[in-house]
Design a protein around this ligand. Structure first.
Ligand code: GTP
Ligand code: SPV
Ligand code: MN
Length: 589
């Protein structure tokens, strides 16, 4: 037992007053017991936490229905509490740390009466990695406890690590009364602390994920000279058997998980999966970037996932391994007791319950699964898991791609002129909002490095940090910008996406290896048509032109929107980026 952990837990128990305290050990027996508690005891919204699903089709899998008002991250209730508002920046909701504590502590007072407090010791990162961090999450939700088992490395070994290091990252979570009026996700970067109350869903509640591995970790990275990013990590094996490691940054629900387990359409290529959401990145002694995935599971978007779009994820979900698989807020095929979501099959099952457990009427036009319904599954179930996934050093990165959902403006692929230009383009990245967070979907917002909701400090300083990382590296990776989501005037995607994205990835690898030249444009370097593998792809006339079009009016508008966004950062905006914007404006005036 670790003294410093014991003391912290005691203080929290005094505040929250649980009936029982359960110290999680991290054994298989215990994990199975927790699932059992979720089936037979703990309820959410008067329904069992876990409902066993068709074990022949999806072994060891369970359905969970969250409270209907608790279905996605709530960015407007998420705060970064630093002493100075300017240090949280215009990208964060801010509260003074002392004020914030004063406000939320009453919400925790006695909140676990009648409940069990689970104390979960876990590592973000492989325990042998020098980049990993030991953490403790306290929660009163068995759904969260089981999810943490799947998503992180849980076990008592962490307590030893904490005693050796003398520190840990703290997460205090309670579902409270699930009332959105009393829901707060508070970050205290200076205290390595997150306090979350009132939600049991996803990034609001699995504190190892966005709260700690991005918001708290990005702040640590700023101070210590590394980066915590909303990025996938993948190895692209080419026909020579050579593996090029690249990362990909896309906002929530914009294609990271799908890309991370891509099944390339071209013969001889293979993708190895290392991470689908978060990367911790350090400069290695060789002057290259080295990345680890701090997580150990996928919390992936269900709708749109199918044997056609993501066969390896379907295999992952059907895999029968050590950890349970959870489906949250999907529909339920009552004939087969299987989860169902829009896009899983062409035809919806004849008899279904919707994500709230109500009889589903296909004629109503409503969705059976919630648009942000998700699965929680161990990364060790993934058939494309890279043999390097648990390498404590991580993997060396040769390229980073940045993407987003853009119906127009942004071409299929483009490479930056250099690191600084790449940081400019990434900082200016826009994307149409999705169901991953509450609020209106489909409106373009600037989402620099896909980190707008996840950067734990002022983004102006974050841009400066990114620029300085470039100057510290002897071998910086190449930076690319992609858009799988351009639409025609009828609102249909004009690029097939998914497996065909490998054509674009191949071009990037060719660029990284110096195999092909590129053509210069005002927004970056673009492929010569002859270097793009389009074999077997039949696109209607004009589509390729449209995918690579740089429309003057659209880019003029883009530059204006970037300027308005940049304006918020005042003198915290690096001059180099302001200069790059001026150049872009000049090119399209
Ligand atoms: P978060 O877990 O929220 O961070 O999302 P993510 O970035 O991992 O997104 P994910 O891969 O889960 O995809 C989100 C949605 O986009 C799913 O419905 C996918 O089917 C869809 N999608 C993914 N890749 C493509 C693509 O290349 N083209 C199109 N049209 N849709 C895609
Ligand atoms: C995201 O929204 O980017 C996610 C899901 O990966 S959540 O864990 O809810 O943040
Ligand atoms: Mn994400």
């Amino acid at each position: 037992m670790s003294k410093i952990v014991e003391q912290w837990v005691e203080e929290q128990a005094k505040l929250t007053k649980p009936d029982r305290v359960h110290w999680i050990q991290g054994t298989e027996e215990e994990m199975r017991h927790l699932v059992d508690v979720g089936i037979n005891q703990e309820k959410i919204n008067a329904k069992p936490t876990f409902q066993p699903l068709n074990q022949a089709e999806f072994p060891y899998s369970y359905l969970h229905r969250s409270h209907p008002t608790d279905v996605a991250r709530t960015e407007h209730l998420t705060f970064v509490c630093l002493p100075k508002k300017e240090d949280a920046g215009p990208n964060n909701n801010w509260m003074d740390p002392a004020e914030a504590r004063k406000m939320v502590i009453p919400l925790y007072d006695g909140c676990m009466r009648g409940r069990t407090m689970y104390v979960i010791p876990y590592m973000m990162g492989h325990p042998d990695s020098p980049y990993a961090r030991p953490c403790i999450q306290i929660t009163d939700s068995v759904y969260v406890a089981v999810s943490m088992y799947i998503m992180t490395r849980v076990g008592t070994r962490v307590l030893q690590v904490i005693d050796e290091r003398g520190d840990f990252v703290k997460g205090l979570h309670s579902i409270g009364d699930l009332d959105p009026e009393r829901r707060y996700i508070m970050h205290f970067p200076q205290d390595d602390l997150v306090m979350s109350v009132g939600s049991g869903y996803g990034g609001n509640a699995l504190l190892g994920k966005k709260c700690i591995s991005l918001r708290i970790a990005s702040y640590l990275g700023y101070q210590q000279g590394w980066l915590a990013e909303h990025m996938i990590i993948m190895g692209v094996q080419d026909p020579d058997g050579d593996i090029t490691y690249i990362m990909g940054s896309f906002p929530s629900a914009c294609g990271k998980t799908n890309l991370a387990m891509l099944d390339p359409i071209m013969k001889g290529y293979k993708v190895w999966t290392l991470g689908d959401d978060i990367a911790w990145i350090n400069i290695g002694p060789d002057g290259r970037l080295w990345a680890i995935n701090p997580e150990a599971g996928f919390f992936g978007v269900a709708p749109g996932t199918s044997d056609k779009t993501n066969p390896f994820m379907m295999k992952t979900l059907r895999n029968d391994k050590f950890y349970p698989t959870l489906f949250t807020n999907t529909g339920l095929d009552t004939d087969t007791n299987s989860p169902w979501w829009e896009g899983l099959t062409d035809k919806a099952p004849a008899h279904m319950l919707d994500w709230q457990g109500r009889p589903y009427d296909a004629a109503s036009g409503a969705n059976a699964a919630h648009p942000n319904s998700r699965f929680t599954v161990s990364i060790y179930n993934c058939p494309t898991l890279s043999p390097e996934a648990d390498n404590p050093k991580g993997v060396p990165i040769s390229g980073i791609l940045f993407g987003g959902r853009r119906s127009d403006t942004i071409p299929l692929v483009c490479e930056s002129f250099d690191w600084e230009h790449g940081v400019f383009r990434a900082s200016a990245n826009g994307s149409e909002t999705t169901a991953a967070a509450t609020g209106k979907a489909g409106v373009v917002r600037r989402d620099p490095m896909a980190m707008l909701p996840f950067c734990g400090y002022n983004m102006g300083d974050y841009f400066t940090h990114w620029l300085s990382m470039g100057t510290k590296m002897a071998h910086p990776p190449k930076l690319f910008f992609v858009n799988w989501f351009k639409k025609d005037s009828a609102g249909k995607f004009i690029w097939p996406g998914f497996r065909d994205n490998s054509r674009v990835i191949k071009w990037m690898v060719d660029r990284i290896k110096g195999r092909v030249p590129a053509r210069q444009t005002p927004v970056g370097l673009m492929p010569r048509m002859e270097d793009l593998n389009l074999e077997g792809l039949s696109l209607p006339d004009g589509v390729i032109d449209k995918l690579f079009l740089l429309d003057k009016a659209e880019w003029k508008k883009e530059a204006e929107e970037i300027e308005a966004f940049y304006g918020q950062f005042g003198d915290r905006l690096p001059k180099a980026l302001a200069k790059r914007l001026t150049e872009l404006k000049e090119a399209f005036k």
